[in-house]
Design a binder for this molecule. Structure first.
Ligand code: GAR
Length: 200
């Protein structure tokens, strides 16, 4: 069984959706570790409730590359196939990128390359776009720049606030993340330049 490490910072609803897909037999994978860089992350409680290995590894005050090396050290004995950033709100440092080259996926609540970074639902509202959505992409050294694996689109409605738009996007995040993970774990894809293409 392919092994996932899930990195989280907070609520963990994407992590929980993935865990439930696995439990339901719809995603063939094992969650070997849930690592939170914020000790109060609700995701840690959820991991414990689900009987999954939860690791609190605080990143406060630690620079990006040092923290990445700490994560590599934690994960090294576990034989991780794919790292999943599920609401992980720190940049990924070089040691982690090098140890897991092309084996880190992130989910982002906008249609990249529009609105990378933070507070992206508010950015979408401020810009006035009529559609937004979410993106699953490989993680590279840039900010939300790696090759795109999957996207889903939602409408932006006239009465939306950042919260109502975020909630509409989140429903789609919970669907496409597990689908994208399944595709990458299956190996039935190739990357041509920036394009992730399904093999027949
Ligand atoms: C999700 O909307 C995810 O796309 C976003 O944080 C939220 C985490 O929710 N991630 C980013 O903005 C990464 N740049 P969750 O903790 O309930 O999964």
């Amino acid at each position: 069984m392919k092994k996932l490490a899930i990195l989280v910072s907070g609520r963990g609803s994407n992590f929980e959706a993935i865990a439930r897909q696995i439990r339901a037999g719809k995603l063939q994978a094992e969650i070997a570790a849930v690592v939170a860089n914020v000790p109060s992350a609700k995701a840690l409680e959820t991991a414990e409730t689900l009987g999954l290995p939860a690791i609190s590894l605080p990143s406060k005050g630690i620079d990006t590359d040092t923290y990445a090396a700490m994560v590599v050290e934690q994960l090294a004995p576990l034989g991780i196939d794919l790292i999943i950033l599920a609401g992980f709100m720190r940049r990924v440092g070089t040691p982690l990128l090098e140890a897991y080259r092309d084996r880190i996926l992130n989910i982002h609540p906008s249609l990249l390359p529009s609105f990378p970074g933070l507070h992206v639902q508010q950015q979408a509202l401020d810009y006035g776009v009529k559609f937004s959505g979410c993106t699953v992409h490989f993680v590279d050294a840039g900010l939300d720049t790696g090759p795109i694996v999957a996207q889903a689109v939602v409408p932006v409605l006239d009465g939306d606030t950042a919260d109502t738009l975020a909630a509409r996007i989140l429903v789609e995040e919970h669907k496409i993340f597990s689908e994208a993970i399944a595709l990458i774990l299956s190996g039935a894809y190739r990357v041509e330049g920036r394009r992730v293409i399904r093999k027949d």
